[in-house]
Design a protein around this ligand. Structure first.
Ligand SMILES: Cc1ncc(COP(=O)(O)O)c(C=O)c1O
Length: 392
């Protein structure tokens, strides 16, 4: 039997791309993990989530285990709505969809907006999993460079003008991680955010704002793009993965009700009522503001330790952006192919993600690598960078 003959054209095209998750090789035992965007294991509230699950089942018995789940799912929606309002995003109930993490949100948006005729624009570099998702739907992806102040909207404008002049299709949406970007850790300035919104109006495209790290500012926080959007151009994606627990798979999309309705067509029962109800109980009992302050303190200290270690152990030619929040530091090692260096790093007991995975054209990432300070503890971070310094 020729299995492939049963596949849709969509998956046939997608299977030509690299398999998902190639950037995450198995790590040798004892390897210091500076590669993964995982939360600090000590900050994952296992006891509280266990308490929430027990309380939920004690109070509601089998109810949360049915298809429709507990009425608390509506409560979760209200909690997210309230949190969004505190960050300048006012949405009604029909403008918010809970998803299985930000990844499902991005996938659903790609499903309703993309086909093989569609063009999508992304930042360069960008979150590799989003790239993978978009590549499953179209091969027409264009990328716009990011610098220390985030996306360069004037470069986007140039490209849009050029495409318009030459009758090329304009992007259907622009995918951006404006705050504590993955992988660069940079944050788009307010001026640039406004410029991007103006462009979306002038050239008639949507913006997919991925705000997975937006709540993790070490200092003053930046308001999401969506809070500046008075024309309904922005689909705002958020997640509790980085601030509560990724395994709970809780994310959301905030956007116009017509978009939300279309997204519901595909989402159906692909999410997890039990997990959502448990998260609702957890949030009923937690002081989220206090928790966020605690997370920020821990991640700020770890980021400082990483930056100090880079200054101490890496050659002067190596450069990086100092992030003001999030999980990542983006590093340039001139003259070095970071994907070749990785096997040596793993043998020495430290991991990172080679820059090539974050670019459409892998060559653009040759000299870059992404380090994450979220998962390892401070001692491990210092030792990990010492080892990296030796190899470089
Ligand atoms: C920019 C960005 N968006 C989305 C996600 C995935 O979030 P979730 O766990 O909610 O699917 C990540 C996780 O690494 C991320 O870095």
């Amino acid at each position: 039997m020729n299995v492939k003959s049963f596949f849709s054209e969509h998956i046939k095209a997608a299977l030509k791309n690299d398999p998902p998750g190639a950037w995450m090789p198995d790590l040798p035992n004892g390897c210091i993990r500076l590669s993964s965007g995982y939360p600090d294991p000590a900050l994952v509230p296992a006891v509280e989530i266990k308490g929430a699950a027990v309380r939920l089942l004690d109070e509601e018995q089998d109810l949360p285990l049915h298809y429709l789940g507990s009425p608390r799912i509506e409560g979760l929606k209200k909690q997210i709505q309230k949190r969004l309002a505190e960050r300048g995003i006012e949405v009604m109930e029909d403008q918010l969809l809970i998803t299985s993490g930000a990844c499902q949100a991005i996938d659903l948006i790609a499903r309703i907006l993309l086909d093989d005729q569609a063009v999508v624009a992304v930042e360069s570099p960008t979150y590799m999993e989003a790239l993978e998702i978009f590549q499953n739907y179209t091969d027409q992806i264009i990328s716009i460079p990011v610098d220390s102040e985030g996306l360069q909207p004037e470069r986007l404008e140039e490209i849009l003008n050029q495409r318009k002049r030459t009758d090329l299709t304009l992007p259907r949406f622009f995918y951006t991680i404006p705050t504590f970007q993955n992988p660069t850790g940079t944050t788009m300035t307010i001026e640039r955010r406004k410029h991007l919104l103006e462009l979306s109006n002038e050239f008639d495209f949507l913006i997919l704002e991925d705000d997975a790290y937006g709540e993790l500012a070490f200092g003053k926080s930046t308001l999401p793009l969506k809070s500046l959007d008075n024309r309904g151009r922005v689909l705002h994606v958020g997640s509790l993965s980085k601030v509560v627990a990724p395994g709970m798979r809780i994310g959301w999309i905030a956007g116009g009700s017509e978009f939300i309705k279309a997204l519901e067509w595909f989402k159906k029962d692909l999410d997890h009522p039990f997990s959502q109800s448990t998260m609702a109980v957890y949030l009923e009992n937690v002081d989220l503001e206090k928790r966020l302050d605690q997370l920020k303190d821990v991640y700020r200290a770890k980021c400082d330790a990483l930056i100090r270690s880079l200054e101490q152990f890496l050659p002067k030619s190596v450069s990086w952006y100092v992030p003001e929040g999030g999980y990542f530091v983006w590093i340039r090692v001139p003259g070095v192919d970071t994907s070749h260096l990785l096997s040596q790093a793993l043998a020495k007991g430290v991991s990172y993600v080679p820059g090539k995975y974050f670019f459409l054209d892998e060559k653009d990432g040759t000299e870059f690598l992404r380090l994450s300070f979220s998962y390892a503890d401070e001692k491990e971070i210092i030792e990990g960078i010492r080892r990296l310094g030796q190899i470089i």
